[in-house]
Each structure stands twice: as C-alpha cells, then as structure tokens.
Design a binder for this molecule. Sequence first.
Ligand code: NAD
Length: 332
Amino acid sequence: MKVLCYGVRDVEKAIFEEVNKKFNFDMTLVPNYVKTKEDVMLAKGYDCVILRGNCWANKENLDLFKEFGVEYVLTRTVGVDHIDVAYAKENGFKTAFVPGYSPNAIAELAVTLGMTLLRNVAYTANKTSKKDFTVDAQMFSKEIRNCTVGVVGIGRIGLTSATLFKGLGANVLAYDAFKKEGVDHICTQVELDELIAKSDIITLHCPFIKENGKVVTKDFVSKMKDGAILINTARGELQDLDAIIEGLESGKISAAGLDVIEGESAFFFKNLENQNIADARVEKLVSMYPKVLITPHMGSYTDEAVLNMVETSFENLKEYIETGKCKNEIIG
Ligand SMILES: NC(=O)c1ccc[n+]([C@@H]2O[C@H](COP(=O)([O-])OP(=O)(O)OC[C@H]3O[C@@H](n4cnc5c(N)ncnc54)[C@H](O)[C@@H]3O)[C@@H](O)[C@H]2O)c1
C-alpha cells in the first residue's frame, strides 16, 4: 500500500514515522499542500493520499488522482470542507476523516491566552524586550482564583478548558445549547446572559452553525462585565469583529486572544510582514497588540493532537484494507 501524506511539516515527520512502525505502509511524506497541478502530480503511482486542511480535493484534482490510480482519499482533519465529498463518492474513492483529537491541545491554548492576558505578560515582556524594567499600573492583575471564567460550549474542548481553569482555582460558569449532565463538579451551568454578565474571562468553545449566526455580537459585548477578556479558539465566524474592536476601544473588553478569525485563510499561514492585510478590521486587531493576541489557528498544533490525527488516519486505512469499510467514512 503506497501512501502519500501531504502537508507534513518537519516537526511532524518523526510522529508519522513512529506511528507507521505499527502499520508498515510504504509511506512518503511531502510538505506540499494540494494546490497546484504539480502537487497533485506527486500522487502518481500511490494508492492512498492523506490530506490536511488546504489540500483541495476538488473535481479537477480528484479527476487527476483517479487517473493516477489513487483509491483512498483520507484526511487527517476533523473538517472536510476541502474535499468535494459527493464527487469523490461518485468516482468511487474511499474517504475517511478524523472525528476528534486531543481536546487539551485547544483548551490549553485558550487557558494560556487567558492567563497571558490576565497577567499582562505580553504587555510586560514587550516593555522588558526594550530594556524597560519599570513596573506600572497596567501590570497589576487579579488572581485567577478571584475570577469567574465563562465557558461557552462544554463539549470535548470546552469541558477540558473548564477543567483546566477550575484546576487553577477559577470559579467556572458554563453555557451550552444543551444542558450537560455530570459536570457540576467542574462548572455551574447558567443562561448565556448570566455568563456574559458575570465572567472576567469568556472563552468560546462552540461550533459555528450558520443558521444560528454569530455568538459575539454588539449586544453580547454590551452585556459583558467591564474590562473582561475574550478568548476565541473555536471558529472565527462566531465573532463580529467590529463589535470586538469597538469593545476594545471603549475598554469594555480589556483584551482579546484569538486563534481564529473569519476569512483567516487569506492571511493565516502567510508571512505578510510590511504588507497590509486586505481586511482593515484584522489590520486594526493586529495593531492592538499586546492587548490583542492573535495566534494563527494553531490550537491543534501539538504533539498529542498530531499523533491522534496520524494514528486515526492510518487506522482508517487499515480498516478499509481489512474490511472494505471504515467507521470514519465521510458521509456526504
Ligand atoms: N483552534 C483550533 O485549532 C480548533 C481545533 C479543533 C476544534 N476547534 C473548534 O472548537 C470548537 C469546539 O469543538 P469540540 O470538539 O469541543 O466540539 P463538541 O461538539 O465536542 O462541543 C461543542 C459543544 O458546543 C455546544 N453548542 C453548540 N452550539 C452552541 C451555542 N450556540 N452556544 C453554546 N453551546 C453550543 C454543543 O452542544 C456542544 O456541547 C468547534 O468550534 C471547533 O471547530 C478549534
């Protein structure tokens, strides 16, 4: 079984090689995403391709994969937006995805952003990097045990975040669209308005559902506690950037930590130093550092998360080979 893994970053190679010791696939790792025809051409002679986000399995590329004899189009991601699933199925490809991976990867980033902003670490380090070692009023901080943290969405990641914040001593409130059982030892479930009004740090961990619209709106911001911190490691579409900028400018929001921004594919994963970002709102947010910390959708960029994604992808392929079926087949 010849397997071509696209979009493999140098730091991930050792993980792929270690996992493959169990499977013994004839595996090739390439850094290329599937974007150009040259990228697709690399699949010539392979039975299986393993994709990640931004590896476009559109009609054109799937036609080429088919011509080259590829049978399995797997993705090591949860999202499958980069695959034309209906067309892949029509053309007889076997597909699979990864239903989940280490929730701690994203939860730890949310906690880190929250604590960094609460303790004004970026602000302070920015000053000391210029050899200004004075201590000023901006560095004064509340301790997390004296804070209330509001977690919006207590699924896998949100509940992990809640657990971590609870472990640090915070009072944790949670709101989920569906009330959860068995979580009372970690958080107190309340209505969204109560969570917004009482939280010193709000962290989003719910999915973006188009029909439900944005979660962080002008109304949401207006109900926030004065000087609260907003963290979003979930989905950029959940937040109205104008509302957040207005909130930051007025001081209603003291700081924001964002791992996701709507339209992020236009600028994330690119070096745009000395260039303008087309979206003026993003340009504005960038300029608000260290009050605003932006990380480029790197929540899942950890050893454990990558290990989970690679292991599950290889298990998916093994299951297809042994049974002709796969429990993680992508349902189009
Ligand atoms: N930053 C990253 O790298 C990264 C990586 C993986 C996932 N994510 C994002 O993290 C989020 C959570 O993922 P998960 O694996 O925990 O999902 P999950 O399905 O386990 O949990 C989501 C929870 O949100 C609840 N929910 C749905 N709509 C809601 C709403 N409007 N308000 C409140 N709660 C709502 C659901 O009932 C569920 O309990 C998703 O948006 C996902 O896309 C980000």
